[in-house]
Write a protein that binds this ligand. Sequence first.
Ligand SMILES: Cc1cc2nc3c(=O)[nH]c(=O)nc-3n(C[C@H](O)[C@H](O)[C@H](O)COP(=O)(O)O)c2cc1C
Length: 168
Amino acid sequence: MKTAIFYGSTNGNTADAALKIQKRLNTDIFDVGKLKNGDDLAKYDLLILGTSTWYDGDLQDDWDSFMSHLTSADLGGKIVALFGLGDQEGYGSDYVSGMRLIYDKVVEKGAKVIGAWDDTGYSYESSASIIDGKFVGLALDEDNQSELSDGRIALWCDQLELALKESA
Ligand SMILES: Cc1cc2nc3c(=O)[nH]c(=O)nc-3n(C[C@H](O)[C@H](O)[C@H](O)COP(=O)(O)O)c2cc1C
């Protein structure tokens, strides 16, 4: 299955996580801030989309600009997995809420989303990215729980591989 990570990152936290996921899953990788169009989206079967959350629940700036390319892409038949970076203490009422904006878009465009993530071990007030008691994708917090990120990434990647095997 052809897989690529598309990430947006302002201070490098999401970029670091994206590189770790890339190493584990051996994928292609794109910084959406450097892409001029959405043509690369069409080349992959599994899209792993990563954003940090800014401005009280909004998308990272580069993702905000890239959303128009996601909107015009044909995502029918594609599988999407999401990961998001945020700060559950500083922005606990909107923790990793940016992921939800991408989730809603890809679902609207016909993609199947995998990789929901248990919220045990986090302490936040609310998040738009919770559906049926789970985050819509992997939630990471480099501001408060950086020591947990490597383990979370490893487990999430294992879960993704399992979900893909089961759906094959
Ligand atoms: C001005 C500002 C606004 C932020 N807003 C949110 C927010 O609404 N929700 C959240 O979970 N994190 C928020 N954060 C935290 C960032 O998402 C977090 O630091 C993240 O790791 C940044 O990743 P990046 O360097 O890849 O952009 C905010 C940070 C700043 C500085």
